[in-house]
Design a protein around this ligand. Structure first.
Ligand code: SAH
Length: 212
């Protein structure tokens, strides 16, 4: 279903500057309409963020593509995602051949993402907890992708990133953020690229925002 719409969306992403063919291929394979509520399905292939309930959103396809392209994950790498939400971003990472670990703090969203991973036969390790402190058990990760806006760079996530690994994280205030692409060069050092401006729902947790 929606094959034409999906192809059109991918063409749009190309026109907007997404050039990594692996990312585009993964986005052709993953059916975004399966990750949104029924009443949103008709908009699943518009390049916009959509509500998924509980005040949360599935990110805009361009944002997913841009973040994934920035992370540039290679097959077999271990990737940690903070903010599973609908599960769409995790599914894209999985299709890229990475070993995906994903954390969601909302138990309802966690349960529905878990269910869809199972239905689609996606082997993804998922957990319901505060992702701002990471997932120590499987560290270090070759890549970390945070899909909620954070007030700063959580120190545990930095610690759990492998040397040579990359973290993509939106940092800013509650409504607008700069996307930081951080490469860890040693235990003490890292390089950062910054791309303005993005708008994510807040990362809420011990090393994120306080609950309102
Ligand atoms: N990657 C998601 C985007 C979800 S929006 C997708 O593809 O659909 C961000 C998600 O981060 C929300 O579901 C929100 O509940 C979750 N979140 C916010 N703070 C969190 C935290 N500290 N730990 C884990 N998840 C968190």
């Amino acid at each position: 279903m929606y094959e034409t719409e999906r192809k059109d969306l991918i063409d749009q992403l190309k026109r907007k500057g997404i050039s990594n063919q692996n990312v585009l291929d993964a986005m052709i394979k993953v059916e975004r309409h399966l990750f949104v509520p029924d009443i949103m399905k008709q908009h699943a292939y518009d390049d916009v963020a959509l509500p998924i309930g509980y005040g949360q959103t599935i990110s805009q396809p361009y944002t997913v593509a841009f973040m994934t392209q920035s992370l540039d994950p290679q097959p077999g790498q271990k990737i940690l995602e903070i903010g599973t939400g609908s599960g769409y971003q995790a599914a894209i990472l999985c299709k890229l051949g990475t070993r995906v670990f994903t954390i969601e703090r909302n138990d309802k969203l966690y349960n529905s993402a878990f269910k869809i991973f199972d239905e689609l036969g996606l082997r993804i390790a998922a957990r319901c907890s505060d992702g701002s402190i990471g997932w120590d058990e499987f560290a270090p990760y070759d890549g970390i992708i945070v899909t909620a806006g954070s007030p700063g760079i959580p120190k545990n996530l930095m610690k759990q990133l492998a040397i040579g690994g990359k973290m993509v994280i939106p940092v800013g205030d509650r409504s607008i953020q700069i996307l930081k692409i951080i490469t860890k060069t040693s235990d003490e050092e890292f390089n950062t690229n910054e791309i303005p401006y993005f708008a994510f729902v807040p990362l809420v947790g011990r090393e994120g925002w306080k609950e309102k």
